[in-house]
Ligand binder design. Sequence first.
Ligand code: HEC
Length: 164
Amino acid sequence: MFKKLAVAGGLSVFLASGFALMPAQADLDFRGTISGEPLDFTGEEESPQFKEFKNTGINPYNGNQEALNKGYVIFATACSGCHGHLAEGKLGPALSDDYWTYPTNLEDKGLFETIYGGAAGQMGPQQGLLEPDEILHVMSWVRALQTEPEKAKKAVDTFEHRNG
Ligand code: HEC
């Protein structure tokens, strides 16, 4: 009787600790694009979508028109001054063509690392300026420029319509 309880107790402790550890173990290793230093998310507001992204490296907002619309609002305030109104390039490079200075940006994980942690010169880290969830939104718009240009354009049209 006692023995059985102890076994059951041990098993539940084992399961509980296993589950508690799972998310931490599954998180990918995020590092600055240039520095190679681990990115530190301490103190960040972590949306369920960001938590998912940390595990999968795939932006859950990709292709979601609502998210793209919000992403473009963020782009227009935080990025367009340097990257141009339609990400055609200005002080910073174009994000609308298929050339990447850092080929890691072809993948969502790499794109997040560049935006959150910054790159060279004027491309400062957006850590502390944008929430991780906002970065995922802006990424969904940037990604759509290549993969679903009609959705990216619709987000711009929605923004311009709203802002007269
Ligand atoms: C103050 C100007 C400035 C702002 C604001 C800025 N960027 Fe940049 N960005 C740059 C410059 C300059 C580079 C080139 C840096 C390099 O090559 O290392 C760059 C590079 C990048 C790259 C890498 C491009 C490649 O070819 O690999 C991405 C992605 C990017 N920016 C996205 C963004 C996003 C998204 C925002 C808004 C959240 C943003 N940037 C805000 C100036 C800026």
